[in-house]
Design a protein around this ligand. Structure first.
Ligand code: NAD
Length: 409
């Protein structure tokens, strides 16, 4: 199913509660700009997008994804979530996203660099520190951000490090950025367990996706003594009910580019991982992983969405009825963009913050957002946590639109 259709359903859920007008719903469903280019590199063509959903609170902000399934529908959806996420955690940003339809696994480094530079040549007029600020997402990383910054500055003939975040440290990157999404997710999960009175030492966890977000949160959880019994990547998963040695799994993944084949644990499919009888399921791969087809089989009591959009609107309803609580993406994975914001502030003011200061800022921001969402959720039991988070974010976006005179009501 098209991902943006899910968003419409999520919006329907909150529009009654918020008493949104047709004009407000229309505004939330409309993207400010949808730009597409075909990148022509060494005779091969790649569809590419840069889309701004809303920029009433500030410049567009959101990552660039390289994946074979990237489509306009997906980039539109991801940019919508970025608007809400940035508003929810109080950043002075709108929401944007980019993507290239490509399988980067089959592509050499020099071609990948050329594609990344071509992306900037295609969109440079529409990005910039006060227009729209890209960052990494699935299968893009600091190195790619470095190439993109270099290309942009060559075109513009000036330095402008704040035009992109998630850069290498040497180019003005932030000490926190590479694992901030996971750190933010960990902060939220611990706050949540505390709220519901669950002892972290008695919680077992399965993680779908062992890339940047999934692997880093696995490492952090493992260090804090949580029991991680299963992890997976695109090739499949591994299960050990006694608990996986995450540091060894990480090493194996680095050498073999998959967790499958790691010595000892039982091999499982991705579907089996989702349906394991664990306390917490962390989704850190892609969207549409829990749908109406498998929602009934989910046994985890709590689901943390580190990925964007991994649970469809229909599945959300099924899980809610079963009593499974979903900690929504726009809250759970907001640590990445929060760190991007600190990077952008540093670049714009020429300052450099220590890791300790950055961690404290991140904690404060994530904890404040969590409590706002959880309070609203507790106050209105008819809402799930996603709806509560949407309501807070949408109120902020609409207030900015009203203050600009863009809404009549
Ligand atoms: P990544 O490319 O580093 O990792 C993705 C992982 O998912 C890989 O291990 C891949 O093998 C695995 N995967 C792909 N398809 C799978 C499947 N069907 N089943 C199981 N595993 C599968 O990407 P990432 O940066 O870790 O991003 C993961 C998710 O987190 C995405 O939804 C992304 O939008 C979201 N996110 C990431 C960040 C960030 O800072 N990295 C920030 C916010 C949100």
């Amino acid at each position: 199913m098209a991902v943006f259709e899910n968003i419409k359903k999520d919006l329907e859920k909150v529009s009654g509660f918020m008493d949104l007008s047709k004009e407000e719903i229309g505004l939330l469903l409309k993207h400010k700009s949808v730009r597409k280019a075909v990148l022509d590199v060494n005779g091969r063509k790649y569809d590419a997008w840069r889309i701004i959903h809303n920029n009433s609170l500030g410049p567009g902000k959101g990552g660039i994804r390289y994946h074979p399934n990237v489509s306009e529908d997906e980039v539109k959806s991801l940019s919508f979530w970025m608007s809400l996420k940035n508003a929810l955690i109080g950043l002075p940003y709108g929401g944007a996203k980019g993507g290239v339809q490509i399988n980067p696994k089959g592509i050499g480094k020099s071609e990948l660099e050329e594609i990344s530079r071509e992306y900037v040549r295609a969109f440079h007029e529409h990005i910039g520190e006060l227009k729209d600020i890209p960052a990494p997402d699935v299968y893009t990383n600091a190195e790619i951000m470095g190439w993109m910054l270099d290309e942009y500055e060559k075109i513009k003939q000036r330095h402008e490090p704040a035009m992109i975040t998630g850069k290498p440290l040497e180019l003005g990157g932030c000490l926190l950025r590479h694992d901030a999404t996971s750190k933010g997710g960990l902060i939220i999960l611990k706050q949540f367990l505390d709220k519901i009175g669950k002892d972290p030492q008695k919680v077992n966890i399965a993680i779908q996706g062992f890339g940047n977000a999934g692997m880093n949160i696995a490492h952090m959880l493992h260090e804090e003594g949580f029991n991680i019994t299963a992890v997976s990547d695109s090739k499949g998963g591994i299960l050990d009910n006694e608990g996986l040695d995450i540091e060894k799994v990480k090493l194996f993944k680095k050498e073999n580019r998959t967790v499958v084949g790691f010595n000892g644990p039982k091999e499982i499919t991705n579907r089996e991982l989702l349906e394991l009888d664990v306390n917490v399921l962390i989704l850190a791969a892609l969207e549409n992983q829990i749908t109406k087809e498998n929602a009934d089989n989910i046994k985890a009591g709590y689901i943390l969405e580190l990925a964007n959009g991994p649970v469809t609107a229909e599945a959300d309803n099924i899980l809610y009825k079963k009593g499974a609580l979903v900690i929504p993406d726009i809250l759970a994975n907001a640590g990445g963009v929060a760190a991007s914001y600190y990077e952008w502030c540093q670049n714009r003011t020429g300052s450099i913050l220590s890791k300790e200061v950055l961690v404290k800022k991140l904690e404060d921001r994530m904890i404040t957002a969590f409590h706002k969402v959880y309070e609203l959720f507790e106050e209105h039991k008819e809402l799930n946590m996603r709806s509560a988070a949407y309501i807070i974010a949408i109120k902020r976006i609409l207030a900015a639109e009203k203050a600009r005179g863009n809404l009549n009501g």
